[in-house]
Design a protein around this ligand. Structure first.
Ligand code: OOG
Ligand code: MG
Length: 261
C-alpha cells in the first residue's frame, strides 16, 4: 500500500468514526472493508482525536483497555490497548450525563492516576510511583461506535477504545493508599450491581501505568503532568440506562458518582 493511499484511508476512517460519534449513530467496522493492522488503527485513533482538538478540545490523558481478564473475556480480545482522553470527556463529579447523544452507553469501575512528572518509555515500578501525583476511584463511560460493541482489536483501537466519558472521585495522596488491591463496588440506584478488586487490573493498576508509559513512547508522546491515566476496568462493563444514579466506590479512595438523563 502506498503511503498516500494509507493516509487517505486513515483520514476517511477517522472521519467516519468521528461523524458517527457526533451524530450518535453506529458506523461500519473498518475491518469489514479494509485490512487494518493495529499500527494503522492507532493512526486512525490519533486522527479522530486531532479532529476533536481542531474543534477546541484539549488532550487530558489516556485510558487503558483490556487490562483485566473480565474485560478481555467480555469483549473477546486479548491485548492491552489505549485510547486518548480529552477535557470534553471529563464528567464533573456528581454531575449529570445526558445519554441522548450516545449510542449504547456502558459504565465500568476504574482506578485513575494523576500524573505529576513526565513519564514515557520503559519505566521501573519505582519511576512510575514517583510520577504519580494522585490516585482516585473513577468510572468510565464507554460507547462503541460499532453495533452491539462487536469489533476486532484494530476496530476498537481505531474507535479510540470506545471512549465516551469518564469521572474521577477525590484525588488521594499516592503515599497514603496502595492501589494494588482495593475492593471496588458499583451501585445503580443504591443497588450493588458489580464488585471487584483493583488487583484485577493486571494484578496491580501500577502495571497499567507502566504499560501506558510504554505505549506513550511508541506513539511519540509522554504522559504529562496534569494528565489522567485510567488504568482500566476492574469488572465487565454494565449497560448505562438513562434516569439512574451510579456510584462507584473503592476502599480507601471514596467514591465517584454520576446521574444520567
Ligand atoms: C473497549 C474499552 C476497554 C477497559 O477498561 O478495559 C476498556 C470496550 O470494552 O469497548 O476501557
Ligand atoms: Mg475502561
Amino acid at each position: 500500500m502506498s503511503g498516500s493511499h494509507d493516509a487517505d484511508l486513515v483520514a476517511a476512517l477517522a472521519a467516519r468514526l468521528d461523524e458517527a460519534a457526533l451524530a450518535g449513530r453506529t458506523a461500519r467496522r473498518p475491518t469489514d472493508t479494509a485490512d487494518l493492522d493495529p499500527a494503522t488503527a492507532y493512526l486512525v485513533q490519533r486522527a479522530v482525536i486531532e479532529r476533536r482538538i481542531a474543534r477546541g478540545e484539549a488532550p487530558l490523558g489516556v485510558k487503558m483497555g483490556f487490562t483485566s481478564r473480565a474485560k478481555m473475556i467480555q469483549m473477546g480480545v486479548d491485548d492491552v490497548i489505549w485510547g486518548l482522553l480529552t477535557d470534553a470527556m471529563l464528567i464533573e463529579e456528581g454531575g449529570v450525563l445526558d445519554t441522548a447523544g450516545l449510542i449504547q452507553p456502558r459504565i465500568e469501575p476504574e482506578i485513575a492516576f494523576l500524573i505529576g512528572r513526565p513519564l514515557a518509555g520503559a519505566v521501573t515500578p519505582a519511576e512510575a510511583v514517583r510520577a504519580i501525583a494522585g490516585v482516585a476511584v473513577a468510572y468510565e463511560v464507554l460507547d462503541s461506535r460499532y453495533a452491539d460493541f462487536a469489533f476486532t482489536l484494530p476496530d476498537v483501537i481505531a474507535d479510540n477504545a470506545s471512549a465516551a466519558g469518564f469521572g474521577v472521585g477525590p484525588w488521594r495522596d499516592p503515599g497514603a493508599v496502595d492501589p494494588a488491591n482495593l475492593g471496588l463496588l458499583v451501585e445503580i440506584d443504591g443497588r450493588p450491581v458489580a464488585t471487584g478488586s483493583s488487583a484485577a487490573i493486571l494484578g496491580n493498576p501500577l502495571r497499567s501505568l507502566i504499560a501506558a508509559a510504554r505505549l506513550a513512547a511508541g506513539a511519540r508522546l509522554e504522559l504529562r503532568p496534569g494528565w489522567i491515566v485510567l488504568a482500566g476496568a476492574a469488572t465487565a462493563a454494565l449497560p448505562l440506562p438513562r434516569g439512574v444514579h451510579v456510584r462507584v466506590s473503592a476502599a480507601g479512595l471514596g467514591r465517584a458518582e454520576v446521574s444520567t438523563r
